[in-house]
Design a protein around this ligand. Structure first.
Ligand code: PHE
Length: 338
């Protein structure tokens, strides 16, 4: 009986294959349910009393030997496949640069994330707009002086068609097609006929937000903005400053406290420490009515911000033109998972 075990010992020693499936077959043939070891263990009962002890010892030795052999073979096989593996011989030997998201997309996605977490959806609209959606519905009738706040690109042959100057036009469209409660943010590209400089561009991006429901108050606006600025800028102080927009009443501008420690802080905050990041206010009842919403029953707030401006603050970028030049040296600095 002991000799039978010794015979299996020799077979274990002789086994040399490094192919994973052969190692596995070897393991199963010894250690599997119907394997050699189990059958030898069940023979144990039949072994004459005087041989039992030495048979048991040999059997255990065999088991340990098999376990060690399998472990060693697996290790060698792993090392070998690691060093010799050529996964794709056509692959370039040079490091391949992966792309990165544009900083404006990164910031846009962060802002969208913050608002979708509190129930806002996303709405989009056309970049080529008509006068009604961009101006008239928003309390800016023809010849109203406030139209000059946003220098406009008109289509020469038809003064009723223009490139939208803000994504408030999307909010008008959304209200025309949906009844309250409305919670929507409208990201998109906008156009203004402005001279290009380090601080302004004729094309830029905005995210505007709109909330219309029963009993919406200025306090709701303030808390929403508080949540937003905390999420995006951390624990910076926020303040609201009275302002004017034709489509909101009352209107305000939102500032965050940037600090006044370095010379750069002085420069970008013009010596005040505060930075303006967006406009906001309670939607003018006229605007609600223009869009088919009963202003006796519903009220709402709106806000709007420029994505470039926020990105410049977050990443300390001092020239807005960098966003549009597609210089790879600039873009590749923005690696992120968002
Ligand atoms: N539409 C305004 C702009 O582009 C921003 C704004 C939106 C202000 C909503 C108040 C309320 O300047």
């Amino acid at each position: 009986m002991v000799d039978a075990v010794k015979k299996y010992f020799d077979l274990v020693k002789a086994f040399e294959s490094l192919e994973p499936d052969e190692i596995e077959a070897f393991r199963i043939s010894y250690l599997g349910k119907k394997g050699i070891l189990n059958s030898l263990f069940s023979d144990f009962r039949k072994v004459p009393l005087k041989e039992k002890k030495s048979f048991g010892v040999e059997l255990n030795k065999l088991k340990t030997a098999v376990l060690e052999k399998v472990r060693d073979l697996k290790e060698v096989s792993k090392k070998k496949s690691g060093s010799n593996k050529i996964s794709d011989p056509t692959r370039s030997a040079f490091k391949i640069n992966t792309g990165s998201k544009h900083p404006l997309s990164i910031v846009k996605n962060r802002i969208i994330d913050i608002f979708t977490q509190i129930g806002f959806n996303i709405s989009e609209g056309p970049e080529i707009e008509d006068d009604w959606h961009n101006f008239t519905a928003l309390n800016l009738p023809y010849h109203h002086p406030a139209r000059d706040m946003q220098d406009t690109f008109f289509i020469e042959t038809n003064p009723d068609i223009l490139l939208r100057t803000h994504t408030s036009s999307v909010q008008v469209r959304y209200m025309e097609n949906n009844q309250p409660p409305i919670r929507t943010i409208s990201p998109g590209r906008v156009f203004r006929n402005e001279a290009i400089s380090s601080r302004s561009h004729c094309i830029f991006h905005q995210i505007e937000g709109l909330y219309v429901a029963k009993d919406v108050s200025f306090a709701d606006l303030k808390q929403t903005l508080n949540y937003f600025t905390k999420s995006l800028f951390g624990n910076k102080k926020m303040r609201l400053r009275p302002s004017f927009f034709p489509f909101t009443e009352p209107s305000a501008e939102v500032d965050i406290y940037w600090g006044l420690e370095t010379e750069k802080d002085y420069r970008i905050t013009k010596g005040t420490g505060w930075l303006e990041i967006m406009g906001c206010g309670m939607v003018d009842p006229n605007v609600l009515e223009n869009c088919g919403i009963d202003s006796e029953n519903y009220s709402g707030f709106a806000f709007g911000m420029g994505i470039e401006r926020i990105a410049m603050l977050l990443y300390q970028i001092s020239d807005i033109r960098l966003f549009f030049e597609n210089d790879i040296r600039f873009l590749k600095q923005f690696k992120t998972t968002i």
